[in-house]
Design a protein around this ligand. Structure first.
Ligand code: HEC
Ligand code: HEC
Length: 428
């Protein structure tokens, strides 16, 4: 037919964006630097970040000597573990989120029970199902490891004198109760410093520049870059438009950083019995390690006052924090309990809401079934995949070289990068 070429031309034309859509795209890119965290005086101290990087890969912080942060937050798996539920010393009841971009969150964990990255890190180390460590042993491990202690001392000053220390001292144990108040205080101080170093490292793990960012950056260039497929561009239009995802997933992190109950049913059907934000809120309010507590370096700062200003309502019962969708293509399985294997499964849920549990009458009611065609769902997924960022600089994917350090570091022996890190000075 004479019109066939014309039709092909029309079909090949890239989707046109409205002024409104262009504005929304710009509001989601680029990812800025992580907000300052004055509650940790060493948050952006490069020496603390090197110490934190060593500790992140160090199984010596666990009771069994074989679990490190990197067991569940694996650099080559987008700093998560590809498991539905994380497995350390035991198996917990939550999915491990990525650490990339975590420094942008106001509330950490799916239920927001921590308000800084340094407070967050205290939990997995002592969680009996994760690393099952004890703060007393962590401090002892530093004292016993010259590479770690020399760096610790040059950043934070002297380590406490713990002689004699009973193993396994963490709050709630007899070993902890046997310590004097001043010993407990000294251990808490050093343990918090360890966690502040971990934060300094984690702050360097930004989500990375994605095709979506390159596309948005090209708006200001004479020639728009074709890094985003037409499907991904249509997916973006659906995401910020008809699909309504933008109600909760907006801004550079593609998250409102707050909590919602999507009505995901319990595994055995019916409403979920995980209280989510309901319990996380109370736990944070009761913690002495809050950003406005005695271990904070800036208890009066606006960041520190968030916990005191936070409000909770009945709608927060069973609510979970909106995850960032940066790098979402590599962070599956999905949702707080890892119930969905693929992005397709997540979209199938939003598309029909068929599996949504009947919820308590306080739950918010934002979600409506999308009722999209398979093509529209494929477009949405293409957009989500375009949010995958370039990997972090290679030295951040490995522990720093530690000649006299603990022998069992969780490095990736197959990686050629490891050799390359050998010569990186420790002060980088
Ligand atoms: C056994 C697996 C496991 C280990 C080991 C582990 N984590 Fe996690 N991590 C998780 C899980 C699961 C969650 C989510 C838990 C929740 O929300 O209740 C999480 C959450 C986090 C978060 C919050 C991310 C967010 O978006 O809120 C950060 C940051 C983090 N971990 C860092 C660390 C650090 C640092 C260590 C080592 C000190 C560590 N993790 C050890 C499994 C693990
Ligand atoms: C009412 C707020 C809200 C809306 C609207 C919303 N989401 Fe979500 N989204 C969430 C929350 C909260 C979670 C985590 C829920 C949980 O784990 O219980 C989530 C989880 C996800 C996940 C899983 C990410 C991960 O790391 O586990 C994806 C993918 C996702 N949403 C995509 C979308 C898309 C696409 C849309 C639009 C069709 C959308 N969301 C609409 C709040 C929302």
């Amino acid at each position: 037919m004479w019109w066939t070429p014309l039709l092909l031309l029309l079909m090949a034309a890239p989707p046109e964006l409205s002024e409104h859509e262009l504005r929304l795209a710009r509001s989601m890119s680029p990812v800025p630097a992580a907000p300052n965290n004055p509650t940790n005086a060493h948050a952006d101290d490069p020496a603390a970040a090197v110490l934190g990087r060593a500790l992140f890969f160090d199984p010596g912080l666990s009771s069994t000597g074989d679990i490190s942060c990197s067991t569940c937050h694996q650099p080559d798996k987008a700093f998560t573990d590809e498991r539905s539920l994380a497995q350390g010393v035991g198996i917990g009841n939550r999915n491990a989120p990525t650490v990339r971009g975590a420094a942008h969150h106001r509330w950490l964990f799916w239920d927001g029970r921590a308000d800084t990255l340094w407070q967050q890190a205290m939990f997995p180390i002592e969680n009996p199902l994760e690393m099952d460590g004890a703060r007393g042993d962590v401090v002892q491990h530093l004292i016993d490891t010259p590479w770690l202690s020399s760096r610790y001392v040059s950043i934070f000053g002297p380590l406490p004198n713990l002689d004699p220390l009973i193993a396994g001292a963490r709050p709630g144990t007899d070993a902890w109760d046997a310590l004097s108040a001043s010993q407990q205080q000294a251990i808490n101080d050093a343990f918090v410093n360890v966690c502040k170093s971990l934060e300094a490292y984690e702050r360097q793990l930004s989500p990375g520049t994605s095709d979506f960012d390159r596309w948005v950056a090209s708006f200001d260039q004479a020639e728009a870059t074709s890094v985003m497929s037409d499907a991904a561009i249509r997916g973006f239009q659906l995401f910020v438009g008809q699909a309504g995802c933008r109600q909760c997933h907006f801004g550079p992190l593609v998250s409102d950083l707050e909590f919602h109950d999507l009505g995901l049913p319990a595994p055995n059907g019916g409403p979920s019995n995980d209280p989510g934000r309901g319990a996380g809120y109370s736990q944070l309010q009761a913690s002495p390690f809050r950003a406005d507590g005695p271990w904070s370096d800036a208890p009066q700062s606006s960041q520190a006052r968030r916990a005191a200003n936070a409000r909770i309502g009945p709608e927060h019962w069973g609510a979970f924090r909106t995850p960032s969708l940066r790098n979402v293509a590599s962070t599956g399985p999905y949702m707080h309990d890892g119930r969905f294997e693929t992005i397709g499964d997540v979209l199938a849920f939003y598309n029909t809401l068929e599996t949504q549990a009947r919820r308590h009458h306080h739950a918010e009611d934002v979600l409506q079934p999308l009722d999209f065609s398979p093509e529209q769902l494929a477009d949405l997924e293409a957009f989500l995949s375009a949010l995958s960022g370039d990997p972090p600089p290679s030295h951040l994917m490995h522990p720093p070289p530690m000649p006299q350090g603990p022998k069992k570091l969780d490095s990736n022996p197959k990686s050629p990068e490891l050799e390359a890190t050998e010569h990186i000075p420790i002060t980088e």
